[in-house]
Design a protein around this ligand. Structure first.
Ligand SMILES: *Cc1c(COP(=O)(O)O)cnc(C)c1O
Length: 387
């Protein structure tokens, strides 16, 4: 945490000027999604995952909402996300799901954050530092059952479990694994991962020991498709925000998107044939068209890769973005329809019977909805509403 160089956090600091380009988060929908998942997985507990600025929805506000809904745990990816939640007064237990560095352990203890122990060396390190500070670290053991990212391989896990039982300065309250393919149509690999996790857990029964009270494995895909993987607590991410993790995964829970991305028309003009639009002059019209300019671009996370594919909704109708997407502006062809300065523009959201979804943007950008949502950056203000 200490460094000679300054840490620069590129956030807009004023609350006074709100850009017309903003993200609107519907807290009622988020709460409805939470309850729908909870109902489906009960009696399993809930660990909503709030990493990457709560999938773009705003870490602190979503954190407060989850606490008010009685979330049993909160999952984040990195230490700083946990510290921010604590500094904002969140008291719900928080598990940092990612790998840790030894010098971070005192911060976990200071902020009462739960540590992922992903190897036996790290387990000993946490034990040693906890002993020195005369504190008890909360730990969840991470087992790799088929992701090859972090965690002890399932076929080597016995040593870690044995060691964890002997650590006197640790509260080993959880053991978990993570799916690589739970949102797929073909669930064979996911089922193999469950079998491997079961094999690891059988250690406790074999040695007549109580397993940690929180065994967990289920992300969105598994919550939707593999109820046998609910165990004691589930870790919903994307589905909590109302988006399904893949086109193939079955939609066994009814959720709706909590996030809308909106802007307004900042400029109106008529474009003549022979006058191409934008950098590289990649698009031009062969007849007179009306066009509007919208103050959003790849500098906000509206990916340039969507150029010549993206559409927006104005006055309840979809129109194409033309020319290349710039850093801060896009141009929309409305043909011979009407639109006026200040008219609302939907980049993601619903208007009348028309909608644009994070899945649509993902398709245009050649990526997944996760990346679309987590890339709407801090220049875009978040506004919270209750429908
Ligand atoms: C991100 C993450 C989740 C949530 O995944 P979704 O697919 O968004 O539900 C759960 N567990 C871990 C370990 C994660 O990193």
């Amino acid at each position: 945490m200490q460094s000679d160089s300054q840490i620069n956090r590129p956030t807009i600091t004023t609350n006074e000027v709100v850009r017309p380009t903003l993200v609107e988060v519907d807290l009622s929908r988020l709460a409805d999604n939470y309850r729908a998942i909870q109902e489906k997985v009960a009696p399993a507990l809930m660990m909503p995952v709030l990493k990457a600025n709560a999938y773009g929805h705003g870490l602190v506000d979503v954190g407060h909402l989850m606490e008010s809904l009685g979330a049993d745990y909160i999952g984040v990816a990195v230490l700083e996300e946990g510290i921010l939640l604590r500094e904002q007064g969140i008291q719900t237990p928080i598990l940092v799901l990612g790998g840790i560095f030894g010098n971070q352990v005192p911060f976990f203890l200071k902020y009462d954050l739960t540590i992922t122990a992903s190897s036996i060396e790290k387990l000993w390190q946490i034990e040693e530092i906890s002993e020195q500070l005369d504190l008890k670290a909360k730990v969840h053991l991470k087992i790799d059952t088929g992701m090859e990212r972090i965690g002890v391989h399932y076929y080597n896990a016995e040593e870690l479990l044995e060691a964890s039982v002997t650590c006197k300065h640790l509260d080993v309250e959880g053991i978990f694994s993570h799916f690589a393919n739970s949102d797929a149509a073909d669930l064979r690999h996911a089922r193999l991962q469950i079998e491997r996790f079961e094999e690891v857990l059988s250690f406790y029964e074999k040695h007549d020991l109580q397993p940690p009270r929180m065994r967990h494995m289920a992300n969105s895909g598994a919550i939707l498709q593999l109820p046998e993987a609910n165990y004691d607590i589930v870790r919903p991410g994307l589905v909590l925000y109302g988006v399904y993790p893949s086109p193939e995964s079955s939609r066994t829970i009814d959720v709706s998107p909590a996030l809308s991305w909106k802007s307004r028309v900042v400029y109106f003009k008529v474009i003549k044939p022979g006058h191409p639009v934008g950098y590289g002059s990649t698009w031009e019209t062969d007849h007179f068209v009306r066009a509007v300019t919208i103050p959003v671009g790849y500098g906000d996370g509206y990916f340039r890769a969507m150029s010549h594919k993206a559409q927006v909704v104005i006055r309840g109708k979809r129109y194409p973005v033309v020319g290349r997407i710039s850093m801060d502006q896009i141009v929309v062809n409305i043909e011979w329809d009407s639109a006026y300065n200040d008219d609302e523009v939907l980049l993601i959201g619903e208007m009348d019977d028309e909608s644009v979804t994070a899945e649509d943007l993902a398709e245009w950008a050649g990526t997944i909805p996760y990346e679309i949502l987590t890339n709407i950056n801090t220049r875009v203000p978040r506004v919270y509403v209750r429908s």
